[in-house]
Design a protein around this ligand. Structure first.
Ligand code: HEM
Length: 455
């Protein structure tokens, strides 16, 4: 049976697909606008990191306005909650900023592709989205100073002081690190901040929800993995040619980009509350991150296994082979770290394994499904040590952790809350009686002609 047309609810539209929910066509339009750096190049990695930072900036400007509004309404608790979200996005920004420096070319004059072209300095302060943050935060500063933060009731001052001071320090680091010399184009042309803003603000829901944060927390990894996949494809082609010198720097950048991808999970893991997720859940429709062409399919299903296979064919005594092998292992471990970090999200927002809590996409036991995806990937990965019989993070019934008893009770309570609120998801009735239109993409196996990526 086909899915009935997704309805509207009081907050807005119910998403028809993951791609639509996360505005991926607009997001990838930003990533594909000329001048497009060569696939697998250092500048592609820099562009992806800056664009992911731009997603954070657009979100920060929205959040700063929310803090101002709540503070002006005397709703200190809500102001602090919004400020904590800001801290989380600023932390993600700093994680991206370190990596911009890690992957940016050290000496632009030795890069042949751009040797004869004028070079530019990329500075986040040139972004209109940074300027919007500045304007929104000026309004916030005015509202805070108006009430003389330091002189108000000490407990209120304390509540706002910790997140505010932490946030401003993170911003200081982010700004200092988001400067790169020798770029092939000016900031606006290479990073496309206006296009990124369109993608972030493309969809909104009515009222006070965490929808923008939820979408941004998907858009950041989508942008990073888009560049990761081009790097992996080129690295696989280079390894098949036995060209370890070409593969090594690309794999180093994949390592840096994936490390940032793993850390981006914390944005939601640290701040998304079950109730906040439940408020927007209906608007997510029959979607799932497992419908992500870039992350679930091209990275996890296609290119990483392809990389491991290509690695198996290179002689181990070759110069650089050990460094390349180490990078491949680290990349595999990042995927496992991501899976373990991501497990928090269905755990906290849907309930525990073995509670038969269905996911929107229809998995019969959401957390068990995510755990099994992890187990299967780990067992298939020949680059990792085979899992032994020691403690595993996904041993939900193990008696090793004293707090697991409390954890189990909380997760059961969350599951009951989820199942009773979303009976149509649970019983597959109403809109959820249909089937998702989602179809898995065809394989991406690195068959494109190899390009020289290091530019
Ligand atoms: C509240 C937040 C989230 C919840 C409740 C959640 C839930 C789930 C569930 C239940 C699955 C298993 C498949 C299914 O039945 O849908 C899944 C898989 C997946 N999700 Fe999430 N998710 C969340 C956030 C995210 C985010 C932020 C991303 C980042 C893009 C993401 C990406 C994925 C991917 C790539 C898979 C496949 C994993 C694999 O192959 O190992 N999810 N998610």
């Amino acid at each position: 049976m086909d899915a009935p047309r997704p309805p509207l609810n009081e907050l807005g539209p119910v998403a028809a697909s993951y791609h639509e929910l996360q505005s991926l066509p607009l997001l990838f339009d930003a990533a594909r606008r000329p001048p497009v750096p060569p696939q697998g190049s250092a500048w592609q990695a820099v562009r992806a990191l800056f664009q992911a930072t731009e997603v954070a900036l657009v979100t920060l400007a929205e959040l700063a306005d929310q803090v101002t509004a709540r503070w002006s309404d005397d709703d200190v608790a809500a102001a602090v909650r919004a400020l904590n979200w800001m801290t989380s996005f600023a932390k993600a920004w700093v994680d991206l900023a370190w990596r911009i420096r890690d992957v940016a070319p050290v000496a632009p004059n030795v890069i042949p592709q751009i040797a004869d072209t004028p070079r530019h300095r990329l500075m986040l302060t040139d972004s209109p989205n940074w300027q919007a943050v500045f304007v929104a935060e000026s309004r916030l500063a005015e509202a805070l100073l108006d009430r003389s933060v330091s002189s108000i009731v000490p407990s209120v001052g304390d509540e706002i002081a910790l997140p505010l001071l932490r946030y401003v320090m993170l911003q200081r680091i982010g700004l200092e690190y988001c400067v790169v010399e020798g770029a092939p184009a000016v900031y606006g042309d290479l990073i496309r901040p206006d296009e990124v803003r369109k993608a972030v603000l493309d969809q909104q829901l009515a009222g006070r929800t965490v929808f923008t944060q939820f979408r941004a927390a998907h858009q950041i990894p989508e942008l990073l993995v888009d560049a990761v996949n081009d790097h992996l494809e080129n690295a696989v082609l280079a390894l098949r040619d036995g060209d370890l010198h070409a593969a090594e720097p690309m794999l180093h950048r994949v390592d840096r980009l994936l490390d940032a991808t793993v850390l981006s999970v914390d944005i939601l893991a640290d701040h998304l509350r079950t109730g906040e997720y439940h408020t927007i859940r209906e608007n997510l429709g029959m979607t799932s991150g497992s419908h992500s062409t870039g992350i679930h399919y091209h990275l996890m299903r296609d290119l990483y296994p392809e990389l491991v296979a290509a690695m198996g064919r290179i002689p181990t005594d070759r110069e650089l082979a050990e460094a390349v092998q180490r990078s491949v292992r680290t990349i595999g471990r990042h995927l496992d770290r991501w899976r373990l970090a991501h497990l928090n999200l269905p755990r906290i927002n849907l309930g525990g394994a073995g509670t038969a809590t269905r996911s929107l996409a229809g998995s019969r036991d959401a957390v068990q499904t995510v755990s099994r995806l992890r187990e299967t990937a780990l067992h298939r990965d020949r680059q990792q040590e085979p899992p032994g019989d020691g403690f595993r993070a996904t041993d939900w019934e193990s008696g090793e952790l004293a707090l697991a008893a409390v954890e189990g009770e909380l997760l059961r309570a969350i599951a009951e809350r989820t199942k009773s609120r979303f009976t149509d998801v649970q019983q597959r009735t109403g809109y959820f009686a249909g089937v998702s239109e989602f179809q898995a993409p065809s394989r991406r196996v690195g068959e494109r002609p190899r390009r020289d990526g290091d530019g």
